[in-house]
Write a protein that binds this ligand. Structure first.
Ligand SMILES: NC(=O)c1ccc[n+]([C@@H]2O[C@H](COP(=O)([O-])OP(=O)(O)OC[C@H]3O[C@@H](n4cnc5c(N)ncnc54)[C@H](OP(=O)(O)O)[C@@H]3O)[C@@H](O)[C@H]2O)c1
Length: 338
């Protein structure tokens, strides 16, 4: 049995933090002790962890003494300010925020794709944006066989990817609209209930949003393809859980859709749901709460001889965040890197 670890969870009261607790227990991660950290607002709150109730503590520079591993799932500001303190205290940090992802000495990891990058870790490891992870996971096995030249992706992203407040906002707005009442948006710039918003994160000078730019940069870093052509449009949709994406991919040479489907059927972490005749294709409603990512609607792209198109869906809180973080921790143990 592997050695038991002292585990700190920063943001334990949030969407990602709660999923982390659930999955650490479910996967029987070797935990010696949990330290649950959040803002001062939550101090004293008790969270159920298996059969124990654990009190939430404030997060500060001194929160990490004795921790072997620290999962950060709070806010970018907290990651910016406290990841160095946690690493200095000797904890290996796995950070969910965008803050450290593009630092050259911080591995950005999806274990099924680039687990070997963990060998170079210097105490801080980042997970990708929850919309990037399923894209690289689905495309990596194809890239191994027929190198990808260009990716065009449109994402349909749920409110839980913004956090607990946004889940509350969609719930309240949906009720209000159905009751014929007016809606005042707080989390998003416009009403999200019964609406679509092509704005995720801030707009940049080049016309892309930061969310779209994260997909471009992170995909290149994880796949070790700095010149890969990637373009994204990210849309917020009134769905609670589950990122969806429509992908158009250009390969180096033509490849039948059946061959791509067979490659994906064999790949770890991927379930193919592709029977259009019986309306079987991935949907956020059915992907929520599942570990795998789901792919379907696979077809040759009629607009390019080397192209294929595909639809994919994944649980943003699982493979997009908590599960990917825990798989990294499991890989660190397996490789004796912690
Ligand atoms: N949601 C996703 O699908 C997803 C996917 C990938 C990555 N991420 C990243 O994961 C992180 C958390 O996301 P989330 O969706 O779980 O957000 P959330 O539901 O809003 O939860 C935020 C968490 O951060 C804590 N927090 C806020 N301010 C804090 C402070 N000053 N000090 C310490 N803790 C503080 C909150 O504690 P209180 O309860 O005390 O306020 C809460 O536990 C973000 O960095 C996000 O970018 C999220």
């Amino acid at each position: 049995m592997s050695k038991e670890l002292s585990v700190a969870i920063v943001g334990a009261t949030g969407m990602v933090g709660r999923e982390l607790i659930r999955l650490l227990l479910q996967r029987r991660f070797p935990v010696k002790a949990f330290r649950l950290l959040a803002s001062s607002r939550s101090v004293g709150k008790k969270l159920q962890v298996g059969d124990q109730e654990i009190e939430v503590q404030d997060t500060n520079n001194n929160s990490f003494a004795g921790a072997d591993i620290a999962f950060f799932g709070a806010t970018p500001e907290i990651s910016q300010n406290l990841v160095p303190a946690a690493a200095k205290a000797g904890a290996v940090v796995i950070d969910d925020s965008p803050v450290w992802r593009m630092e050259p000495d911080v591995p950005l990891v999806v274990p099924e794709v680039n687990a070997a990058d963990l060998e170079q870790h210097g105490g801080v490891i980042a997970i990708p944006n929850s919309s990037t992870t399923p894209i690289v996971l689905a495309l990596w096995p194809v890239h191994q066989v027929n190198p990808i030249k260009r990716i065009i992706v449109d994402t349909y992203q749920p409110v839980s990817a913004t956090g607990a407040r946004a889940v509350g906002e969609l719930t309240e707005q949906a009720r209000a609209v159905l009751d014929g009442k007016n809606v005042t948006p707080h989390v998003y710039p416009h009403q999200i209930a019964f609406n679509l918003l092509p704005e995720i994160d801030v707009f940049m000078d080049n016309g892309y949003t930061k969310e779209e730019w994260k997909i471009v940069q992170e995909t290149r870093k994880i796949m070790h393809e700095p010149d890969l052509l990637v373009s994204a449009t990210c849309v917020r949709v009134p769905v609670f859980v589950g990122h969806s994406a429509a992908l158009h991919v250009e390969l180096s040479h033509p490849m039948p859709a059946d061959e791509i489907r067979d490659i994906l059927r064999e790949a770890p972490g991927i379930t193919v749901q592709d029977e259009p005749s019986i309306s079987l294709y991935p949907q956020p409603w059915t992907a929520a709460g599942r570990d795998d990512i789901f792919v379907g609607r696979l077809r040759q792209d009629v607009s390019h001889p080397n192209g294929f198109a595909m639809w994919l869906v994944s649980d943003n809180l699982r493979k997009g965040a908590a599960l990917n973080s825990i798989q990294i921790a499991e890989e660190l143990i397996a490789r004796n890197l912690i």
